[in-house]
Design a binder for this molecule. Structure first.
Ligand code: G3P
Length: 199
């Protein structure tokens, strides 16, 4: 129990690092929260037009979810790893450094799930890619990838607890995409890489 608590705090602090914000500043684009959707994630960093910076944001945001899981699993337990991963997502979405106003958690979720249950993570990344190629809409790709997680966790691992954790995370990420869902329904969600004025 102590290790679960300890690794949850660790996961939260790691997840709180706003890589998109830091990289966009370092890249000379100013405050990423004033660009495009205002989100601090890779999709919005891509709206600066800087693909390597967006890719690096994706890797680092995913990496912090994966690292939280790996470290907690190595030094603690599988339960501690799940807790650390979940709290890294909460850290990304509600970072202590940004008055608890953070991102939507997609990359960090994918990193966490890749580390926790690699085949489920791969299935989610593949789903994201396939939907992205077809629709060219990042948020739609993320929303469908999230649905794939509890399904594949159950089908591949036959693990109810893992499937329930994936379902919970997926529901949370859907809630974080409320504005995106409204835009998708209105046909107003921008395509990947397209710059937009508001969100
Ligand atoms: O990962 C976030 C993505 O799904 C949506 O980002 O900037 O279009 O709101 P954005």
């Amino acid at each position: 129990m102590t290790s679960v608590l300890l690794f949850s705090v660790f996961g939260y602090l790691l997840g709180s690092i706003p890589f998109g914000l830091v990289l966009a500043r370092l890249g000379g684009y100013g405050d990423i929260r004033k660009i495009g959707s205002g989100n601090i994630g890779a999709t919005n960093v891509l709206r600066t037009g800087n693909k390597p910076l967006a890719f690096l944001t994706l890797i680092l945001d995913g990496g912090k979810g994966a690292l939280a899981v790996f470290i907690a699993n190595h030094f603690g337990s599988f339960d501690a790893a799940m807790a650390a991963g979940l709290f890294s997502i909460l850290g990304h979405c509600f970072p202590i450094w940004l008055q608890f106003k953070g991102g939507k958690g997609v990359a960090t979720t994918l990193g966490m799930v890749l580390a926790l249950a690699p085949f489920t993570g791969l299935a989610a990344c593949t789903t994201w890619l396939v939907v992205a190629v077809i629709s060219r809409i990042s948020s739609l790709s993320a929303l469908i990838a999230m649905i794939s997680m509890p399904v594949s966790a159950f089908v591949i691992y036959h693990d109810i607890k893992l499937a329930a954790v994936c379902a919970g995370v997926a529901a949370f990420v859907w809630i974080r995409h409320k504005a995106n869902i409204q835009r998708i329904l209105k046909g107003e969600e921008p395509k990947i890489g397209k710059k937009k004025k508001d969100a």
